[in-house]
Design a protein around this ligand. Sequence first.
Ligand SMILES: [Zn+2]
Ligand SMILES: [Zn+2]
Length: 390
Amino acid sequence: MKTNLPTTQSALVLDTKLDNWETSTGFRKVEIPVPAIDERQNPQDVLSVLIEIRYAGVCGTDRGIWKRSVFQELIFSSLEAEKKTTRIMGHEFMGEVIEAGSQVKNIYGISEGDNVSGDSHVTCGKCFYCRVGEEEVCQDQRILGVSTDGVFAKYIKIPAKNLWQVDVNRIRPEICAILDPFGNAVHACSKVELGGRRIAVLGCGPIGMFTILLANAFGAAKVIAVDTNEANLAMAKKLGAHATFLLSAPAQVSADPELVEEIHKLTYGKGVDVTFEMAGPNSSINNALAVTRSGGDVMLFGLRDGDFVIPSFNKVIVRGLNLHGVIGRQIFQTWQTSQRMLSNEANGIQEKIWDIILKGGEDIVVPLQSYTKELFEKKMEEHPKIILQM
Ligand SMILES: [Zn+2]
Ligand SMILES: [Zn+2]
């Protein structure tokens, strides 16, 4: 047991007792106990680690919870099962292992002092999917910062099986903290061949932007970026999009005829070979189906609750479209690919993420001590990606 740790610490939480889901927004900064490895009390701690977090990425999921638009069911039901009302937010992290359970070194080769990031999905390891190596669709998983406590605190305890060791000499620590969302893009880009193909990215948030970088590195012949936000498109262009299209306010359901026409123009009447749907609204799904050529691939990543309408669904079959749902990352195959793509200086991906998406760290790194709801909200509005520093 570490004796030099404080007993309490600040954390950003959602408190379901104090914050009414329907009427509140934001996270609370509260004092919580510093967790401890206690193998006598919790036998599973033999395989847990205590991490001192250095940086934590703020994700679209966190923004969604901030606005109370996603994961209500999962947060409430998991808290109820744990008989408590506060959930520590956040799931993208980089830090140092400061204490490891007695079996962590034996089983995972991870030791105190190691720098780590890790997957946000805590999978069961026992179900059919885990056993056949498809942990991303584990049927008994918890998500950090959603259905189990997350990483928006200086000291966190998590299962060592989720960790991925990082070398901060190869990948800067702020970028190690966003390996999890970068991995979403790597996973999406690994599902089908992109070399020599024309692609469209619908939704240029951070994961859409990572997709543009990766598609170019994987040899895409043309990358078309689509978004409703002009600043995001300017950034997409700097990252290597060959063409951009500014969508007007998305229609409720149907595809946007101007977008469809423009993409057909850019692809000599065919439509793109591969579309990455990374926005989520119903209309964006219909845009994705309409701009993809017959026989092409549609990667579905944007996530929204509720029922969707797909007009003339028969066309999906008649046109031979291939639909792929992309969830999480392949553990740890995706992590290996992510590390290699970021370590390769020749492709410029790491440099562009740092210089363009993370603006060289300027203004996008928020120390936890200076957190206020107003400041955080302002930063999230101003930048596609912000990072908490503990
Ligand atoms: Zn995330
Ligand atoms: Zn499982």
